[in-house]
Design a protein around this ligand. Structure first.
Ligand code: ADP
Ligand code: ASP
Ligand code: MG
Length: 410
C-alpha cells in the first residue's frame, strides 16, 4: 500500500465529464489499496476569468483581495471532485487550504508554503475518507487567503506529497508526459520516459509550462518521485505510463541534450555609450533590484555610440515599462546615452545533464541557428543549459532545427 498525491490540472477539471473521468482514476487507485490525497486546479480558463474581473474592478488592485478571488476557482472544483468520488462509492470530503491549514508567507499572488499540517489529512486516512484539496491556495499565519502564483497547483501537490512523505506525486495533465519540446510547437517532439530533477528544473524555469518551477524545486529538495501523465487515457498512475522525475544519479543514460524550452516572456534593453568604469553594473542593476525586477541575460560590449561600452540585458516582458521608467529616472546617475528596447525577442534553451562532461554542445547550437540565418542577440549558459536570445518570429524554426540537430526528432 502506497501513499499517493494525485493532482489534476485545469483541462482535466474542465467540465463535469472530465471531472468524472478524473474521479474514476482516483477510485481505481483507492481500489488498489492506496492511501490517496487529491489536489485539484480550477476549471480551465476560470482563473484567467477571475483575474480579469480583478483588473476590471481596479487597475491596481489589492493583492490580498486578488487572492480571495483567484483562490475561489479551486474551491469549486474541490467540492465537485468530492461529489464525483462519492458518486463512485468512494468516501471523500473537500478541505480548503485554510482548513488543513497550508500556511504560507504573506507575499500575496506569489506566496510560498511555510508548513502543511498533516494531522487532519492523516485522520482522513484513518477514517478511509479521501481528502480533496484545492491546489494554488494557502493561508497566512494571521488567517488571510493566499495563492501560490500561476500554475501553483503543481506546487501544492508536491508540497503535500513531501509533507506526507508520500511514495509518489502524480501530476495528471493534458499531455502524457514531459516531451523533448513543447508538443504544441514541435510536432516531432518525443515523450521522455524519465528526467533528472535538475533538467526538469531548468526546462521549467526556462519556459516549459508543463510544471511550475517551484514544484520541481520542492520535489528535488525533498526527493519526491513525481510522475507527469495524461488524465485522458485509460492508464492510472500506478501503471507508470508517464514521465518520472528522479535524481540524476539514478539516471541510467545521461543525454547530452534531453530537451528544449522556449520563453516569449522576454524583453531586451540596450544602454548605449556607458562609461566603462568599476561600479557601472551596480549603478544599472541597483535601481532594477529595488523595483523588484528580475534581470536575466546580460551582455556587455563595445558601443554603437562612440568608444564607451554598451550593455544589453533582458527582463520579463511585463516588466518592460517599469524597467524603462527606473532607468530613465536614473539616467544621470548611471550615465548612458540612449535606451534601445524591444519586446520582439524570445529565449530558446537546450538542456541536458550530459553537457557537464561533453564539449561542443554550444557550438552545435550556434551553427544550427546560423545555418537557418537566425541571429543570436545574447547567450547565457550554466553547467547543464545553453540559452540564446533571438527574434521572436524565429522561435518555432529555431526549436525545430535544434530538435533535429540534437537527434531528438521522433
Ligand atoms: P495543467 O492545466 O494540467 O496544469 P498546463 O497547461 O499547465 O496543464 O501544462 C501542460 C501543457 O504544457 C501542455 O499542454 C503543453 O502544451 C505544455 N508544455 C510545454 N512544454 C512541454 C514539454 N516539454 N512537454 C510536455 N508539455 C509541455
Ligand atoms: N488555477 C491556477 C492557475 O490557473 C493554478 C493552477 O492551475 O495550477 O494558475
Ligand atoms: Mg499547469
Amino acid at each position: 500500500m502506497s501513499t499517493l498525491v494525485l493532482k489534476f490540472g485545469g483541462t482535466s477539471m474542465a467540465d463535469p465529464a472530465r471531472i468524472r473521468k478524473a474521479a474514476e482514476k482516483v477510485a481505481a487507485e483507492v481500489k488498489r489499496g492506496h492511501k490517496v490525497v487529491v489536489a485539484v486546479s480550477a476549471m480551465a480558463g476560470v482563473t484567467n476569468q477571475l483575474v480579469e474581473y480583478c483588473r476590471a474592478i481596479a487597475e491596481i488592485y489589492d493583492p490580498s483581495e486578488y487572492d480571495v478571488v483567484a483562490a475561489s476557482g479551486e474551491q469549486v472544483t474541490s467540492g465537485l471532485m468530492a461529489m464525483a468520488l462519492q458518486q463512485l462509492g468512494v468516501e471523500a470530503e473537500s478541505l480548503q487550504g485554510w482548513q488543513i491549514p497550508i500556511t504560507t508567507t504573506s507575499a500575496h499572488e506569489k506566496a510560498r508554503i511555510d508548513n502543511i499540517d498533516t494531522e487532519k489529512l492523516k485522520s482522513y486516512f484513518k477514517r478511509k475518507v479521501v481528502p480533496v484539496v484545492p491546489g494554488f491556495q494557502g493561508v497566512t499565519r494571521d488567517g488571510r487567503i493566499t495563492t501560490l502564483g500561476r500554475g501553483g497547483s503543481d506546487t501544492s501537490a508536491v508540497a503535500l506529497a513531501a509533507a506526507l512523505k508520500a511514495d509518489r506525486c502524480d501530476i495528471y495533465t493534458d499531455v502524457d508526459g514531459v516531451y523533448t519540446s513543447d508538443p504544441r510547437l514541435v510536432k516531432k517532439a518525443r515523450k521522455i520516459p524519465s528526467i533528472a530533477y535538475e533538467e526538469m528544473l531548468e526546462l521549467a524555469s526556462l519556459g516549459a509550462k508543463i510544471l511550475q518551477t517551484r514544484s520541481v524545486e520542492l520535489a528535488m529538495n525533498y526527493n519526491v518521485p513525481v510522475q507527469v501523465l495524461s488524465s485522458f487515457g485509460d492508464a492510472v498512475g500506478s501503471d507508470m505510463p508517464g514521465t518520472l522525475l528522479k535524481a540524476e544519479d539514478e539516471m541510467m543514460e545521461k543525454q547530452l541534450v534531453t530537451g528544449l524550452a522556449h520563453s516569449r516572456d522576454e524583453a531586451k534593453i540596450t544602454l548605449t555609450a556607458m562609461a566603462d568604469r568599476p561600479g557601472i553594473s551596480a549603478a544599472v542593476f541597483g535601481p532594477l533590484a529595488e523595483a523588484n525586477i528580475n534581470v536575466d541575460m546580460i551582455v556587455q560590449g563595445a558601443s554603437q555610440d562612440g568608444d564607451a561600452a554598451d550593455m544589453t540585458f533582458t527582463v520579463p516582458r511585463a516588466d518592460l515599462p517599469r524597467t524603462l521608467e527606473a532607468l530613465n529616472k536614473n539616467q544621470d546617475k548611471i550615465g548612458f546615452k540612449r535606451i534601445i528596447s524591444s519586446a520582439d525577442v524570445a529565449k530558446v534553451s537546450v538542456v541536458g545533464v550530459g553537457m557537464r562532461s561533453h564539449a561542443g554542445v554550444a557550438q552545435m547550437m550556434f551553427k544550427a541557428l546560423a545555418d537557418k540565418g537566425i541571429n543570436i542577440q545574447a547567450i547565457a549558459t550554466s553547467e547543464i543549459k545553453i540559452s540564446v536570445l533571438i527574434e521572436e518570429s524565429y522561435t518555432e524554426l529555431a526549436l525545430r532545427s535544434l530538435h533535429k540537430v540534437y537527434g531528438l526528432d521522433s
